[in-house]
Ligand binder design. Structure first.
Ligand SMILES: NC(=O)c1ccc[n+]([C@@H]2O[C@H](COP(=O)([O-])OP(=O)(O)OC[C@H]3O[C@@H](n4cnc5c(N)ncnc54)[C@H](O)[C@@H]3O)[C@@H](O)[C@H]2O)c1
Length: 366
């Protein structure tokens, strides 16, 4: 009998250096009886040779359309827009289950090709928690960007373009250097501190040298009294990491910022949650998502007040492609090991049912 196989495709999304399968995970799969085929990819943070060294078979970049139909294709982000039917089984983030722009076109490609989509965002454990997510490194990178923005403001500058870091140590060293050797003395408030993103933000602050008492960690209990919260104005960096699922009072408003006048300490807000266009966004002081090339947007305030910058980048883990891929891929591994039993393994049967439901909705909507 042939060995179960995954085909790791290249990523075509700009700036995307992350991988759904890392050499570490590929080796573990290999040791467990899988064959791993890997498309060569210059864009990926992992060198082709790292996969070759752990026994993967290397194939040409973007050659998955001609892969045997029975081999599942694994990738991370959306495929480039096209109308080509998709006959394979794809495991990836497709961003088409919440009626996002183009969702019908994406699902229709699977319908016409008789292919299957297992969307990584909807692989859930028995408690309904995602089996793998990038949250921790989103918070970690968001906190780093926030600290860099504080350092830039201290120099009277705006934070310049952010580029992915080779690894976590390089990111930490760069932030510490920007802050004059250590983050000691910087004060931060993290809301959603018990979640994945929140824990990542707290970890970064510890690693760049903030005192433990200067990292305020809030979650549901602390915000139960209802905002806006004066405490946010008394720290240097406020990081929002909540999972928003209902209408809640704002955490901070332009009025509270203006009312604080020159007493305000707050200079940077990082909205990791990025509910930018959500009508319930608890940080209604900005209205755009910022980017790696222009990471901050200023809050519109009277000129005599200290500037206040917001960072609202919605793909922060890309700043740490190696570590975020390693964590994601290792969390995904137990489910991947069950993939050969996908017709009975709950994580996969649930994801398949959801795909069929969404495909039906797309067909009805045409
Ligand atoms: N910007 C990015 O690049 C990026 C990347 C990954 C995730 N995210 C987003 O970050 C958000 C958080 O993701 P996560 O994986 O950390 O979620 P999570 O469920 O692990 O954690 C969310 C935390 O927020 C807390 N929370 C919820 N409502 C709150 C409230 N009103 N007050 C205080 N705490 C509250 C929860 O108790 C929980 O501890 C999501 O919206 C996710 O889409 C953004």
């Amino acid at each position: 009998m042939s060995r179960p196989t995954f085909w790791l495709r290249c990523e075509k999304k700009e700036f995307e250096k992350r991988a759904a399968l890392t050499p570490t995970t590929a080796k573990k799969l290999n040791d467990s009886g899988f064959d791993i085929i890997v498309e060569r990819d210059e864009q990926r943070i992992f060198n082709d040779s790292e996969y070759e060294a752990v026994g993967c078979k290397l194939v040409e970049n973007n050659s998955w359309p001609s892969a045997p139909k029975e081999i599942p294709i694994i990738g991370l982000k959306e495929l480039p827009v096209s109308t080509e039917p998709l006959p394979h089984t794809h495991i990836q983030f497709a961003h088409c289950y919440k009626n996002q722009a183009g969702w019908i076109d994406v699902l229709s490609r699977f319908g016409r090709g008789n292919g299957t989509l297992y969307d990584l965002e909807f692989l859930e454990d028995d408690n309904g928690r995602r089996v793998a997510a990038f949250g921790f490194h989103a918070g970690f990178a968001g906190a780093a960007a926030g600290a860099l923005a504080v350092a830039a403001q201290r120099r009277g500058e705006q934070l310049a373009q952010l580029n992915p870091y080779a690894n976590e140590t390089a990111m930490i060293d760069s932030v510490k250097t920007a802050l004059g050797g250590s983050g000691k003395g910087v004060k931060a408030l993290v809301i959603g501190a018990l979640g994945r993103c929140g824990r990542g933000a707290v970890d970064l602050f510890r690693k760049i040298g903030l005192e433990e008492d200067d990292i305020l960690k809030w979650d549901l209990e602390e915000t139960a009294k209802g905002g806006p919260f004066e405490e946010i104005l008394d720290v240097d960096i406020f990081i929002n990491c909540i999972y928003l699922n209902s209408k809640i009072p704002s955490f901070i408003t332009r009025d509270t910022i203006v009312a604080a006048g020159k007493k305000r300490r707050l200079s940077v807000v990082v909205d990791v949650s990025c509910d930018t266009t959500n009508p319930f966004n608890p940080i209604p002081i900005y209205s755009i998502n910022t980017t790696f090339s222009k990471p901050t947007v200023g809050v519109d305030l009277p000129s005599e007040l200290l500037p206040l910058s917001v960072i609202s980048i919605d793909h922060l883990p890309t700043l740490l492609p190696r570590e975020s891929s390693e964590q994601f891929s290792s969390d995904l591994l137990p489910s991947l090991l069950e993939f050969p039993k996908r017709d009975s393994a709950r994580v996969w049967t649930d994801a398949h049912k959801l795909f069929q439901k969404k495909l039906g909705e797309a067909r009805t909507a045409i």
